[in-house]
Design a protein around this ligand. Structure first.
Ligand SMILES: Nc1ncnc2c1ncn2[C@@H]1O[C@H](COP(=O)(O)OP(=O)(O)OP(=O)(O)O)[C@@H](O)[C@H]1O
Ligand SMILES: [Mg+2]
Ligand SMILES: [Zn+2]
Length: 247
């Protein structure tokens, strides 16, 4: 909750018998957007300017077109361009961010979310396994499947949807069908989507999600890759242990 000493939380300031909106209104709106976005406080700290390139090797490898560093720079630039275009046109081609565990996919997707929320746009950030659990539990107990959750409706209609971790889980026919219908709806309504996945092999992606879903994702998203030689979580852990030892 924003506590404002200027308007006593009324949103209005009286000056010479004239009322004008208080500046805290913008802050209140941002807080509301953040709540609706489902970004946790931790994820709200992941922003473009904090995204470091130090974890990506500049070493060229014969079987890759770009070094990890070059690939990370490209993905970061594309994410920034997504925000610019989206801000200008209300639409931008989506992003499918692939990469191994701890390579910065969620970080980059959150950077987009935080930038656009700051700029006044509504974003919904969903972690796919949690989302599927939530909509499954919204179904009635005898499983007739007639009630669709509010969350599914928001996911269909929100101006920008981020699906984090559309990864290697055990998808059932039911969950595959839910993902398909969500993606299909958004494609048909020209609503952009940003997806992160740790499945880096396209064939495996087809196997997990089904051909019709992947085909639609490829239609509306550009593919970006984040690669690391070592999980950034482990590198950061080692870094903080080192600082602890030396302080
Ligand atoms: N470019 C970066 N700069 C600084 N910290 C980073 C960067 N990329 C990732 N991290 C940190 O490393 C950790 C893992 O990052 P992130 O969650 O984005 O990885 P991920 O690719 O989504 O992994 P997973 O596949 O397990 O979901 C986080 O603590 C994050 O803050
Ligand atoms: Mg992630
Ligand atoms: Zn105020």
């Amino acid at each position: 909750m924003v506590d404002c000493p200027f308007c006593n939380n009324s949103g209005l300031i009286l000056e010479n018998d004239l009322a004008r909106p208080c500046e805290c209104i913008q802050q209140r709106k941002l807080v509301k957007r953040l709540t609706l976005s489902h970004l946790t406080p931790m994820l709200q700290t992941l922003t473009f300017n904090r995204f470091s390139f130090n974890y990506y090797s500049s070493q060229a490898t014969p079987n890759r077109k770009y070094s990890y560093l070059e690939a990370a720079k490209r993905a970061h630039r594309a994410a920034l361009e997504f925000c610019e275009r989206y801000g200008k046109d209300g639409y931008a081609e989506g992003m499918l961010i692939q990469g191994g565990v701890g390579s910065g996919k969620t970080f980059l997707a959150c950077s987009v979310a935080n930038r656009l929320l700051e700029d006044g746009h509504q974003v919904l950030f969903l972690i796919v396994p949690d989302f599927l659990d939530q909509i499954r539990s919204s179904y009635d107990v005898n499983g007739s499947g007639t009630s669709e959750s509010d969350l599914m409706e928001s996911a269909r209609d929100v101006p920008l949807l981020i699906l984090d971790d559309l990864g290697a889980h055990q998808y059932t026919d039911w969950s595959r069908q839910k993902i398909y219908s969500l993606i299909n709806y958004r494609v048909n309504h020209q609503l952009p989507v940003i997806v992160t996945t740790n499945i880096t092999d396209l064939t495996a992606l087809y196997d997990h999600l089904g051909e019709r879903t992947v085909s639609r994702l490829m239609q509306v998203c550009q593919l970006w890759h984040l690669g690391v030689e070592m999980d950034i979580r482990l590198i950061k852990r080692k870094e903080s242990e080192r600082t602890r030892r030396t302080s």
